[in-house]
Design a protein around this ligand. Structure first.
Ligand SMILES: *[C@@H]1O[C@H](CO)[C@@H](O)[C@H](O)[C@H]1NC(C)=O
Ligand SMILES: *[C@@H]1O[C@H](CO)[C@@H](O)[C@H](O)[C@H]1NC(C)=O
Ligand SMILES: *[C@@H]1O[C@H](CO)[C@@H](O)[C@H](O)[C@H]1NC(C)=O
Ligand SMILES: *[C@@H]1O[C@H](CO)[C@@H](O)[C@H](O)[C@H]1NC(C)=O
Ligand SMILES: *[C@@H]1O[C@H](CO)[C@@H](O)[C@H](O)[C@H]1NC(C)=O
Ligand SMILES: *[C@@H]1O[C@H](CO)[C@@H](O)[C@H](O)[C@H]1NC(C)=O
Ligand SMILES: *[C@@H]1O[C@H](CO)[C@@H](O)[C@H](O)[C@H]1NC(C)=O
Ligand SMILES: *[C@@H]1O[C@H](CO)[C@@H](O)[C@H](O)[C@H]1NC(C)=O
Length: 668
């Protein structure tokens, strides 16, 4: 024990020393990014850049540098003018900031020789320059994600606490008028562990840009890890189970009164890229000496755990993000796609979805893709088609299948998507054997992921997309069983008029369609909410909605659940494949939300934002559900015909007119 103590003491001293050095002199380098055109040696740009960097360095050292932020420009004429800025982490002292920026101005020239545009990140500061004005311009790429390799014990609860905490700092930072746009938060995770979070934007952003940037960064954070961070040139977020910032140096503004917390949208995480390891050592700081001794002993015994605070670095695919706006980069040759899919061979066929057949393929660079071959004659001109694809390709969220591009040659219209390995949810959920893979925590994760993806479509993306065909076969599962919504934006791409709230072309799938949509073609975000409700109930019960049309004397899933709910036996509906380990509270809450979603009157249904809030918080009280919608009773001949003719061939959930007409039932 005494030897342990000695070792621990020397270790801690060492740690302290490293740490001392780390914060006071050499900043901790994290990453740099420079992938631009080169300037030539001895050019005007080079000399402007030198001037620029020294003014940034001087600004950081100036006595009036209290914000930890400054911008500068050098040179007069446009092509050679250089623009730059730096931002120090909200809690570091002016001298640390100045040291970090000084180091950065030197390092950046070495790490990015002759680059016109570069960014460098340290733990303590970020520095960037460009040949174009960057002040007040939000930049979300490149983006870097790092995570602490330590796992956590109660992932579901952790992700909840993390979500709330991140929401709180994002709101506070974007609303921070003090000129710093930074916020921190400390929340109890368990009685012993606290979660520490920090969010910061460059203060030149507007509140709304800051919020957008932070939400995307939060969306890029790792799941189920002890710590993680995302950086972009305009903002950064970080969380850890230990204090990594100096709380007393950040005056935390109270977050503005909560509206509905937006969930983390956007940002695509690539599973592991470059690996840059940094060991983070934070134990010794801020521990008073007396307590310190005790902690040193603990530190010895738990040394292994502390030392495993290793970071993995994940880098986003900038090239595709950067170029996302230009059509050429998204356009694929027909020949390439034909080669990738073995000329649309039957072996490569994955299935048949709403708007045409889907094929698996592999590009020459090895990338796996899924290709949707739109049925011929979808009445949309080439230009509109391109425009819509460009818009839809901008929607990026971890719970959406990414649209990579398109191909347009002659009669052929193809959409190229990322390939998601685990097939669709219906394939797993409605199979007696496979459904056992879906324990409750997985199902819950799927529900939450789909809800976040839908919220992004409805509110957080600038497009406000109504999906119109949300169903189990449109939820794909990646290798970690994370849900990804597919087939969104199709109405736009194939040219069904989105602005016309009442349309004759119905693109939904029977069983998931809200009554007002199925009968009158009226769609709104609330018709998606209805479909979400059906999906949610299916996930809990493990049964297809239309299963009931044949089996239980024509009762539908919603009324089956509702009856059990009303009679006080809600858990009766639970899929036996879930087994015994589930949280009653979560199941209850999900059933409750599901029932609210399938209310007949769209006004009675919650919004996706409400749903995400309800899923994340146990303190929200929910309205009592009423008897759900049973629209079949008033279905008319005419509306069925409409369905028949326009319902796109959807093999995965086959519905025939016969099945529909069986159902003339009232749930008591
Ligand atoms: C750098 O940019 C080029 C084209 O601009 C792109 O092909 C390449 O993939 C990029 N490299 C990285 C690492 O992003
Ligand atoms: C740049 O200028 C320096 C000093 O004026 C000179 O020694 C060097 O050769 C020049 N380099 C180029 C590539 O012109
Ligand atoms: C800080 O002081 C320098 C001169 O020392 C001045 O040029 C600069 O405008 C000042 N900046 C602010 C934000 O006051
Ligand atoms: C910072 O950027 C703004 C906007 O481009 C500009 O007006 C201002 O002069 C810049 N500040 C410095 C010190 O260059
Ligand atoms: C800045 O450099 C990029 C290449 O890195 C170039 O495409 C762009 O036109 C330049 N912008 C200006 C304003 O010179
Ligand atoms: C965390 O969990 C993953 C898989 O669940 C495992 O591969 C990894 O080794 C774990 N890491 C640690 C540090 O326990
Ligand atoms: C920290 O976040 C929690 C939500 O996780 C919130 O309830 C609390 O008010 C926040 N604390 C501060 C000081 O903002
Ligand atoms: C934390 O910030 C406060 C206020 O700026 C400062 O007095 C204190 O020295 C800082 N503590 C550390 C450990 O840097």
């Amino acid at each position: 024990m005494s030897s342990c103590f000695t070792i621990s003491l020397s270790l801690s001293l060492l740690f302290f020393f490293i740490n001392f050095l780390g914060t006071e002199s050499a900043p901790t380098y994290l990453w740099n990014y420079c992938n631009s055109t080169l300037y030539s040696t001895n050019s005007t740009y080079q000399s402007n850049l030198k001037t620029l960097l020294s003014s940034l360095s001087a600004a950081a050292a100036a006595a009036n540098n209290t914000d930890g932020f400054a911008n500068a420009t050098a040179g007069q004429n446009s092509p050679d003018r250089a623009y730059g800025l730096f931002l120090c982490r909200g809690d570091v002292s002016a001298s640390t900031c100045s040291d970090c920026v000084a180091t950065g101005t030197q390092d950046i020239l070495q790490k990015c020789p002759n680059q016109r545009v570069s960014t460098i990140w340290y733990d303590e500061c970020m520095l960037r320059y460009s040949n174009q004005s960057i002040y007040g311009v939000m930049a979300q790429v490149p983006s870097l994600m790092m995570y602490n390799t330590g796992n956590i014990t109660d992932p579901t609860r952790f992700m909840q606490v993390l979500g709330q905490s991140m929401d709180s700092v994002a709101r506070a930072a974007s609303a921070d008028e003090s000129g710093k746009k930074v916020a921190v938060n400390e929340t109890d995770f368990t009685s012993l562990q606290k979660l520490y979070s920090l969010a910061q934007c460059t203060p030149d952003l507007t509140a709304s840009d800051c919020n957008t940037c932070l939400r995307a960064a939060i969306g890029g954070l790792p799941q189920e890890k002890q710590g993680g961070r995302t950086f972009t040139p305009s903002c950064s977020v970080r969380f850890e189970l230990y204090p990594f910032y100096n709380a007393s140096a950040v005056a935390t503004p109270a977050p503005p009164p909560s509206q509905i917390p937006s969930p983390p949208p956007a940002s695509v995480i690539k599973p592991k890229g470059k690996s840059n390891r940094a060991t983070v050592i934070i134990i010794a700081v801020a521990v008073p000496v007396g307590v310190g001794v005790v902690l040193l002993f603990l530190a010895c015994c738990f040394r292994k755990r502390k030392v495993t605070k290793t970071y993995e670095v994940v880098q986003e695919d900038q090239s595709s993000l950067n170029d996302i706006t230009n059509a050429e980069s998204l356009q694929y040759d027909l020949a390439t796609v034909q080669a990738a899919t073995d000329n649309f061979s039957d072996q490569n066929k994955l299935g048949e979805g709403g708007f045409g057949e889907v094929f698996q393929g592999k590009l020459p660079n090895g990338q796996q893709i899924a290709v949707k071959r739109l049925s011929q004659g979808s009445g949309q001109g080439a230009r509109e088609f391109k425009n819509e694809v460009l818009l839809v390709a901008k929607l990026q969220h971890r719970n959406l299948v990414r649209l990579l591009g398109f191909c347009l040659e002659g009669e052929e219209k193809l959409l190229i998507y990322e390939y998601v390995p685990n097939k669709s949810l219906d394939y797993v959920l409605f199979d007696l054997e496979k459904s056992k893979q879906l324990d409750w925590s997985r199902r819950y994760k799927i529900v939450c992921g789909v809800a976040r993806g839908m919220l992004y479509l409805h509110e957080d993306s600038r497009l406000r997309i109504i999906h119109r065909d949300l169903k189990a076969s449109n939820i794909l599962l990646d290798s970690e069983m994370n849900p990804k919504i597919s087939d969104f934006g199709m109405a736009r791409i194939v040219g069904v008029d989105q602005t016309q709230a009442n349309t004759n072309k119905i693109v939904g799938t029977f069983g998931y369609m809200s009554p007002e949509y199925a009968m009158h073609g009226q769609f709104s975000v609330k018709s998606d909410v209805y479909s979400f409700g059906v999906l949610l109930l299916e996930l809990i019960c493990g049964k297809k909605n239309n299963f009931f049309y044949q089996a239980d004397g024509g009762e539908d899933l919603a009324s089956y659940v509702w009856k059990n709910w009303r009679d006080g036996t809600p858990l009766e509906v639970l899929d036996p494949a879930i087994g015994d380990s589930y949280s009653r509270d979560e199941v209850h809450r999900c059933l409750h939300i599901g029932l609210l979603c399938v209310q007949e009157d769209p006004m009675d249904r919650p919004t996706m934002a409400n749903i995400v809030l309800m899923l994340n918080s146990y303190s929200v009280s929910l309205a009592l559900p009423q008897q759900p919608a049973f629209f079949l009773r008033s279905r008319t001949e005419a509306s069925m015909k409409e369905l028949e003719s326009d319902q796109s061939a959807s093999k995965s959930t086959p519905v025939s007119i016969n099945e529909m007409s069986v159902t003339e039932v009232y749930p008591r």
